[in-house]
Design a protein around this ligand. Structure first.
Ligand SMILES: *Cc1c(COP(=O)(O)O)cnc(C)c1O
Length: 376
């Protein structure tokens, strides 16, 4: 791995130099007024990035996204409570395991890895739960293991159609800040993310948005010593994202993902995401030919070219490698990753012609840049 190369893993993501500097803070009294001037805009910025409703409350924990899940579950549910969850990849699987470890009863739906969450089936389970024993629905918005995005609005609609009062908890760790996440419009009750993905910061902050939890955390301060540098970085991260404009940020990721998909098609390979509407805009999991260990691509890229791609996890370990394209990334950087993946696959004897994916991505980026210039 060489630090001068961008990483192509789906988190932690590449960090803009200005954010790294914003995290480098002298010691600050977290009971001083100066601290409030960092915390308040950071919290307000997060709320805007995820389009939180007015009654939502942003909470920051010195932790990672995984602890954010735990905080969401442990602070709202009690052992013995029922939750509805679906496994469609490694992250949704881990969340289910955590719910069980916390003593929750998980009503689990399984879908093949590569598919999105089945809103309709979830609605049927909720409609059949006439006694409203299910207290919460756990949904992973963007399954980072498979590169699959799910329609959270459709899950909310299914919950409403079933007339079910369960809370909707959404893992937005690999979508928030890079893909549309509309907390208010989708009726999300708790959203979870971490600092090292769409916010382009070091790991270390779990970011949660609770709806209707204002009373529980009145005061606005921090109950213990906050990671001031990270939160200073978060304030600036929100300013960068909102300054670019969230719709422009989403369009950039859509464009970059489009080029990566064009490259994958150019290689004659396919994505793990089984249908176009499930294709993630932040990570592409690429299936390699039967009998070939996809992990070799990741190892070889790191050893020979100093470039990081993501390995396959869980049930798709060895079957896919992942190209992360969230956070700080441009079309031009994406081309470098695509070109590297091509060299690696050629080195390993896969039937990939040098330039085939790069050319397809170049055409995609040329066309989208021309369309943007024409619209401007
Ligand atoms: C990265 C990731 C997590 C885990 O977050 P950590 O910050 O590593 O604990 C959870 N869910 C999804 C979808 C992720 O991509």
């Amino acid at each position: 791995m060489r630090p001068e190369n961008p990483v192509f893993i789906p988190g932690p993501t590449n960090m803009p130099e200005v954010l790294r500097r914003a995290c480098d803070m002298p010691t600050l009294d977290h009971r001083s007024a100066a601290w409030g001037e960092i915390l308040r805009p950071a919290l307000a910025g997060v709320a805007r990035v995820i389009e939180a409703p007015a009654d939502a409350r942003v909470l920051l924990f010195p932790a990672t996204g995984t602890a954010g899940w735990e905080a969401a579950l442990a602070n709202t549910l009690s052992p013995g409570d029922r939750v509805l969850a679906c496994e469609n990849g490694m992250f949704s699987r881990r969340w289910i395991a955590m719910a069980r470890a916390l003593g929750l009863e998980v009503e689990e739906l399984r879908v093949p890895w590569g598919e999105g969450l089945p809103a309709q089936r979830m609605g049927e389970v909720l409609a059949a739960d006439r006694g409203h024993a299910i207290k919460a629905v756990l949904a992973t918005h963007n399954e980072t293991a498979t590169g699959v995005v799910s329609d959270i609005g459709a899950i909310r609609a299914a919950m409403d159609a079933a007339g079910h009062p369960a809370l909707l908890f959404v893992d937005g760790v690999s979508s928030i800040g890079s893909m549309p996440f509309r907390m208010g419009a989708w009726g999300v009750d708790v959203a979870v993310t971490g600092s090292q993905k769409g916010f382009m910061l070091p790991a270390g902050l779990a970011i949660l948005d609770f709806r209707a939890m204002a009373a529980a955390t009145e005061g606005g301060g921090f109950p213990y010593t906050p990671p001031v540098g990270l939160i200073s970085g978060l304030k600036l991260s929100c300013e960068l994202l909102l300054g670019e404009g969230m719709e422009a940020v989403f369009a950039r990721h859509r464009r970059i993902a489009g080029g990566v998909r064009a490259a994958v098609a150019g290689w004659g390979l396919s994505l793990c995401a089984a249908r176009p509407e499930w294709r993630s805009e932040t990570v592409s999991a690429v299936r390699t030919p039967e009998g070939f260990d996809a992990g070799r691509i990741v190892t070889h890229a790191a050893e020979r070219y100093g470039v990081a791609f993501g390995v396959g996890l869980g049930d798709v370990a060895g079957k896919v490698f992942r190209i992360g394209h969230l956070g700080l990334l441009s079309d031009v950087q994406a081309l470098a990753g695509i070109a590297t993946a091509e060299m690696v696959m050629a080195d390993l004897g896969l039937p990939v012609r040098l330039g085939s994916g790069v050319a397809a991505a170049q055409e995609h980026y040329r066309a989208s840049a021309a369309a943007m210039a024409a619209a401007a």
